[in-house]
Design a protein around this ligand. Sequence first.
Ligand code: FES
Length: 304
Amino acid sequence: MANPSAFINPASGSIRLTGEVDFVDAEGNLIESIDAPKLCGCGLSKEKPRCDGSHKEYVKLFAEALRNARELVKPCISFAPMAKRAHAIRENELAYRIEAGETVVGVKVGGALDSPTSAEPTNVMIFGYLTDAMQLTDSIKTANYIYPRAEAEVAFKISKEVSTEIQPSEVLDYVSHVATAIEIFDYRYGQAQIYANDAIADNAGAAAFVYSHWVPAHEANLENLTAQVFKNEDEIDKAPLTAIRGNPWLALVLLSKVLVENGVKLPAGSIVLSGSATRSFELAAGNNYVVDIKGLGRVEIKAL
Ligand code: FES
């Protein structure tokens, strides 16, 4: 006779067991026997341990929880969704933003540890959508964010639709201009370590950004430049741009692979934020922050 088996539905999270299963109480007394029971793995069922179909509400509920967290400026709990749901939550959130009148202007590159259960956690590349409402001019109201932190990055202006994987030799075919950028991310969970699926669901923490004037891409020697971060004129961090995945251009190459895997096309005119050269820095009200990449540009933001 075959061993009993459990099938975990990757879309819903429900768990289908095979054969007749006895459900017992803490003393081992039989409560009921169910043939091939379907159990709840998402935690939303009102008839636990059985799955009652409530998983269909999962994406909507958690997208709402993230939105409420932003509106109330109060963290929500981490809910560690499965990968498929994490993507669906991010897309649900994007659809909501678009319906509210925002326009997607590009994407940011992010990174997160793959899983709390991995024996050897690896940092995986993720992305988040940028919208026009996230673009700042010269200041940011920190009270509107939960844990706002900033990073020194390179902004790329895409000149040709990205719909296939970009080869390293092709990057200049896809980028017309580059600039210095400050990216502000703001994860909406009340914990320090965010794992990949939570990070994906939260749109890679994308919250705000600002960039300097554009420089023609073929004039920028990104591999040889250094990013400096200043807080009220004091240098607080410094790193070569090669700290961005070995070479900032490579961030774009790797991003194209992630976008293709996710079925996302990046239209010409989009902005891409590369991921950080320096460590992230906290934005505290009353301070002025500058990222200066000599040979590329300088950008400044005042935290209110
Ligand atoms: S898996 Fe179906 S309700 Fe939880």
